[in-house]
Design a protein around this ligand. Structure first.
Ligand SMILES: Cc1cc2nc3c(=O)[nH]c(=O)nc-3n(C[C@H](O)[C@H](O)[C@H](O)COP(=O)(O)O)c2cc1C
Length: 331
């Protein structure tokens, strides 16, 4: 566990902090990822050390209209607490109403408001990063939810809509003044989507401007990256997105190549088991393929064997084949 202990006990300063009354004792946080951070994977990140779970974003429209895909988006295991529900919408009243409905129905430990999603169908409708163009709506959303629910509210933002409208400092201040308990900054603009490099200097600027905890996000892949982000920006914690899909062990302090093999194999097995419990055998295996491909990239698997695994529909065959490959044998 050298990495994480090094991170906590090293020149990099980590101090436990609060989101409302939730104590965050570890500096590496799980990011919300649509289509990925569903219950089974979140349980894995928690068991490896992430200090809370955060859902993929939940559409306020789905909550108010009780659409059929809502139950999966709000499902969580009791062991995941503290669990943060992330919401998105362009309509402040509907967002506030959604938070009230979900608080009563599921009792999450906090709500996070998505102000960073760059996807066209979200941002162009004025939700996600689209909200950054409407600071008055952000005021209504944060103060409205704060007034109506009993749990903390946090926000996840970007630098601004584009390079000509960088406003993260203004948005951060508004969120803080309206009662937000934490801000995460993905240090890119909406226009950048995922291109270029995240501008960590902006994370440092936001941290020096606000009193509430500031979480840095963008381009952290290794423990060394996380340490560098913390030391260069002074942020309170680091949120990890894409890198955790291949390496959830980062929450236990390991870079991908350094994960002890026994732990690697146990976690892979457990994740598949959680997926099958959650989705049922067949769908559990199908939805596990995208993780299997990433995890197995650590081993020397032939293209043919990978293709066979990825196209296996039968759960028994999938489990047997996955186990064979994990044991370093070919199919
Ligand atoms: C496939 C995918 C889905 C995402 N879904 C969400 C989401 O539901 N909510 C959110 O706030 N951010 C979402 N993000 C953004 C990530 O949380 C994160 O801010 C971004 O990937 C940058 O961090 P990283 O460089 O560590 O990946 C998503 C990103 C990706 C790649």
């Amino acid at each position: 566990m050298a990495g994480l202990h090094f991170l906590i006990g090293s020149a990099v300063d980590f101090h436990p902090f609060l989101i409302g009354s939730i104590v965050i004792r570890k500096p590496l946080l799980q990011a919300p990822l649509d289509g990925w951070t569903i219950e089974p994977f979140r349980r894995i990140t928690r068991e490896l050390g992430a200090p809370f779970s955060i859902t993929e974003f939940i559409n306020g429209l789905d909550v108010v209209h009780k659409t059929p895909n809502l139950p999966q988006r709000i499902a969580f295991d009791a062991s995941e607490r503290p669990i943060i529900f992330q919401l998105f919408d362009d309509d402040p009243q509907r967002l506030i109403e959604s938070a009230c409905i979900l608080e009563e129905r599921c009792h999450p430990d906090a709500f996070d408001i998505n102000m960073g999603c760059s996807a066209r169908q979200v941002a162009n409708r004025g939700a996600g990063a689209g909200l950054l163009r409407h600071p008055e709506k952000i005021k209504m959303i944060i103060s409205g939810i704060r007034a109506r629910v009993s749990v903390p509210v946090t926000a996840k933002i970007r630098l601004g809509w584009d390079e000509d409208s960088i406003n993260y400092l203004e948005i951060g201040k508004i969120a803080e003044d309206c009662g937000a308990s934490m801000i995460t900054l993905h240090a890119r603009t909406r226009r950048q989507e995922y291109s270029g490099c995240a501008d960590w200097t902006a994370i440092a600027a936001l941290k020096s401007e606000l009193k509430i905890p500031v979480v840095g996000n963008g381009d952290v892949v290794t423990i060394a990256d996380a340490e560098r982000m913390m030391s260069e920006t002074g942020c309170d914690a680091v949120m990890i997105g894409r890198a955790m899909l291949r390496n959830p062990w980062i929450f236990a302090g390991y870079d991908f190549e350094a994960v002890p093999f026994g732990l690697f194999r146990d976690t892979c097995r457990k994740h598949l088991q959680y997926n099958m419990e959650y989705y049922g055998d067949r769908w559990g295996c199908v939805t596990f393929r995208k993780f299997a491909k990433r995890y197995l990239s650590r081993l020397d698997i032939s293209r043919d064997d990978m293709l066979r695994l990825m196209t296996t529909d039968d759960p028994d065959t999938f489990c047997r084949s996955f186990e064979t490959l994990l044991n370093g044998e070919s199919l």
